[in-house]
Design a protein around this ligand. Structure first.
Ligand code: NAG
Length: 421
C-alpha cells in the first residue's frame, strides 16, 4: 500500500476525531451558555430601517444549495460561468443581474470575492439586506467570484486523488484565480476598469496582487491599472489575538509535521466537512449545528443577524481547500500570526498605482487585526497618502461586516460614495 493511501485513511480517521471533539465541545459550550443565560450585549436594531425589512419577500423559504433560487426570490437572475486559470484549475463565476433583460455591459462592473472555506454566496445570502443586492439596485454590474476547487474540484489534468490537485496556497490563488476572474469580467463589460469588494481571505489575495509580490516583468502592474477601487471587508492582512487563544488553532499550528499529515493528510483539508454538509444541509438541525460550531470555534455570534435566514448563510460553505493553504495560513513562516502580516519583507508594499482602498473593520474582530493595517497605511506606505480610507464599526466581528442586519444602514451610502469618488 502506498504512502498516499495511508494518509488518505489516517486523515479520514483523524479529521473525524477532530470534528467529533469540536462538535461535542461546541454542544456543551452552547448548553453551558444557555444554562447560565449569558446574553452579553443586546443590540438595538430597531432604529435601523434596513434591519426591519424582510430578507426575502417569500414567507416560506425552501432550503436548497442552488444559489439562483435565492437570487430569483429577489427578482434577480444568476448565471454561472466556468473559467480555467493559467495553472489549469476550473473556477466558477456568477453573474447577478435584474431579470428585466437590460444590457449589463454598460454598467460599471464590481467583482465580489469570498473568504476562506466560503463561496460566492456570502455577499448575497442576506437577500434584500445584502451588499450584492444593494449594488444591483444602484445599477452596478455585479459578479460573484469563486476560488479554485470550491464544491467541485476540477483541473484540466489532475483528479482529486492526485496531490497536484492540492499543491497550491494563497500565493497561487492570488496569482492565478484573481486575474482569471478579473479578465473574464473585463471581457464581458465595456468599461476598461472594475472595482472589487473582498472579504477576509480574498482581501489577502488582493493585497498580494497590489503589492506585486510575484510580479513578472510582462505583467508589471497590469492589474493595478485595471482595478480602480477595492473595498476590503475584515482585511486579513495582520493576524488577530484569536490565533493565540483557540485550542483548535493551536492544535493545527503546533503539532509536528508528521502528525499533521496523519491527521489531515496531504491533499484536501478535511474533505469530510463538504461531504457532511452535502448529506445534512436539508435537515432541520443543520443551521443550528453549523452555528454552534462556528460560535464555539470563533466566538462569533448571531446577535446582529436576522434569525430567519441564519441557516441560509451556512448553506454555501464549507468548500474544499488544500492542506497546503491551511498550512500557509497557520503553520508557514509567511502566513498568519497574532500581530504578524502576510507579507514578510522590508520596505513599503504599495506603489503609486495601487487601487484606492476602503477598509471595513469590525471593532470586535479578533481573527484579524485591522488597526495594524491602518497604522501601516498611515505611517509606512508613502505612496498611499490620500489613496485609502477606513470605516470602523465597533460592535461588528469578522462576519458581521457581511451579515449584520444593519450593514446597509451602516455603510450602504458610504460604499456608493466611495465607488463614485
Ligand atoms: C456537494 O454538493 C455540491 C453542490 O452543492 C456538489 O456540486 C458536489 O459535487 C457535492 N459533493 C459531494 C462530495 O457530494
Amino acid at each position: 500500500m502506498s504512502i498516499e493511501y495511508i494518509y488518505i485513511i489516517s486523515s479520514y480517521i483523524g479529521s473525524f476525531l477532530f470534528l467529533l471533539g469540536i462538535y461535542i465541545s461546541a454542544f456543551f459550550h452552547h448548553l453551558f451558555h444557555k444554562i447560565i443565560g449569558k446574553k452579553i450585549i443586546i443590540h438595538d436594531l430597531e432604529s435601523f430601517p434596513y434591519s426591519q425589512k424582510k430578507a426575502y419577500p417569500e414567507n416560506k423559504l425552501i432550503i436548497t444549495d442552488d444559489l439562483s433560487y435565492y437570487a430569483n426570490l429577489l427578482g434577480l437572475k444568476l448565471d454561472t460561468f466556468e473559467i480555467i486559470t493559467e495553472d489549469g484549475f476550473y473556477i466558477t463565476l456568477n453573474h447577478l443581474y435584474k431579470s428585466t433583460g437590460e444590457d449589463t455591459k454598460d454598467k460599471y462592473p464590481i467583482l465580489l470575492l469570498h473568504g476562506l472555506m466560503q463561496s460566492s454566496a456570502s455577499f448575497l445570502t442576506s437577500g434584500t439586506k445584502s451588499i450584492a443586492y444593494h449594488l444591483i439596485m444602484n445599477n452596478y454590474d455585479v459578479w460573484l467570484g469563486n476560488n479554485r476547487c470550491g464544491f467541485n474540484p476540477k483541473h484540466v489534468k489532475y483528479n482529486s486523488n492526485n496531490y497536484q490537485m492540492w499543491n497550491w496556497d494563497l500565493i497561487d490563488m492570488s496569482k492565478y484565480d484573481l486575474p482569471s476572474l478579473i479578465d473574464y469580467v473585463m471581457l464581458n463589460n465595456n468599461y476598461k476598469t472594475l472595482s472589487i469588494m473582498s472579504h477576509s481571505q480574498s482581501t489577502s489575495q488582493c493585497v498580494l496582487l497590489f503589492a506585486n509580490d510575484f510580479r513578472d516583468n510582462n505583467n508589471n502592474d497590469k492589474y493595478n491599472k485595471i482595478i480602480d477601487k477595492c473595498v476590503l471587508f475584515a482585511p486579513a492582512i495582520y493576524g488577530g489575538s484569536l490565533l493565540n487563544e483557540k485550542l483548535f488553532i493551536k492544535f493545527i499550528r503546533l503539532i509536528p509535521d508528521w502528525l499533521y499529515k496523519l491527521f489531515f493528510g496531504i491533499n484536501s483539508f478535511m474533505p469530510i466537512l463538504v461531504q457532511l454538509r452535502n448529506l445534512t444541509y436539508k435537515l432541520k438541525g443543520f443551521g443550528f449545528s453549523s452555528y454552534i460550531v462556528f460560535n464555539y470555534l470563533f466566538d462569533w455570534d448571531d446577535q446582529l443577524w436576522d434569525d430567519e435566514i441564519r441557516t441560509i448563510h451556512f448553506l454555501f460553505s464549507p468548500v474544499y481547500v488544500s492542506n497546503k493553504l491551511m498550512k500557509w495560513w497557520l503553520r508557514d513562516k509567511n502566513g498568519f500570526g497574532n500581530g504578524k502580516s502576510i507579507i514578510n519583507r522590508d520596505g513599503y508594499w504599495f506603489n503609486e498605482n495601487c487601487p484606492k482602498l476602503l477598509l471595513i473593520i469590525g471593532g470586535n474582530d479578533k481573527l484579524v487585526n485591522g488597526d495594524l493595517f491602518i497604522n501601516r497605511l498611515k505611517y509606512n506606505e508613502p505612496n498611499m497618502l490620500d489613496n485609502w480610507q477606513f470605516i470602523k464599526i465597533n460592535e461588528y466581528s469578522h462576519l458581521d461586516v457581511l451579515w449584520a442586519d444593519n450593514i446597509i444602514d451602516k455603510i450602504g451610502d458610504k460604499l456608493l460614495n466611495f465607488l463614485k469618488s
